[in-house]
Ligand binder design. Structure first.
Ligand SMILES: [Zn+2]
Length: 212
């Protein structure tokens, strides 16, 4: 039901990004498939990415260990510079006017408090019962406990362009920046109409000739 609402919002009002985000269900995404909405209006072009954490850092639970947090922060930093994600024809003279980078963590995960307490219990049990077997602690694989958690990286970029019609191609260094990435499902909307593309790393670009 909610999903239907989201899709109808997406189709009827590409620009009302915040409304779409509010009704978005993170756990309904497909690992290996990132979504990108591109909207052109006047001299403005807008990019909005929703990418499963699995495609970016390889996990979707909330990062808590130092190494997981470092992975997430490194990924967010890469998103901060859009050159790592996509590139526009230089002659279009587009300047970034706004960007927002973040993570949507699936709220459902917070309800599993019992689960978390279990994790702590396990640690204690191992400690008490197997004092001699220090190796055993390494088998506490938190990844597996948190299999149900989902999140996505959300990145929103807005540009103003001197010559927006010069954007004849958009390339996606995204695929080399994030080697875990799968495909990108692109929904493109301009005043002329809308087009969808499926983009993969072996042909990392979309052709927009005649579509702007
Ligand atoms: Zn997921």
């Amino acid at each position: 039901m909610k999903k239907n609402i989201y899709y109808s919002l997406l189709i009827s009002a590409m620009v009302s990004v915040s409304a779409a985000e509010e009704t978005r269900q993170v756990d309904k995404h497909e690992h290996g498939v990132g979504e990108l909405n591109i909207a052109i209006e006047g001299n403005a072009i807008d990019f909005e990415f929703f990418i499963p954490g699995a495609d970016i850092v390889g996990f979707e639970y909330e990062a808590k260990t130092e190494s997981d947090i470092a992975l997430v922060n490194a990924a967010l930093e890469k998103f901060e510079n859009f050159d790592n994600i996509f590139s526009l024809s230089e002659s279009s003279n587009c300047n970034l006017v706004n960007s927002e980078i973040g993570i949507n963590q699936d709220d459902d995960h917070d309800d599993h408090d019992d689960h978390d307490e279990h994790d702590e219990h396990d640690d204690h049990d191992n400690h008490d019962d197997h004092d001699e077997h220090d190796d055993h602690d390494e088998h506490d694989d938190h990844d597996e406990h948190d299999e149900e958690a989902h999140n996505e990286f959300v990145a929103h970029y807005s540009f103003n362009c001197g010559n927006i019609k010069e954007i004849d191609r958009i390339s996606f260094p995204y695929f080399t920046t994030f080697p875990n990435s799968g495909e990108l499902e692109v929904q493109f909307v301009s005043e002329i109409g809308s087009t969808s593309f499926e983009v993969e790393g072996d042909e990392p670009f979309i052709d927009l000739k005649g579509k702007i």
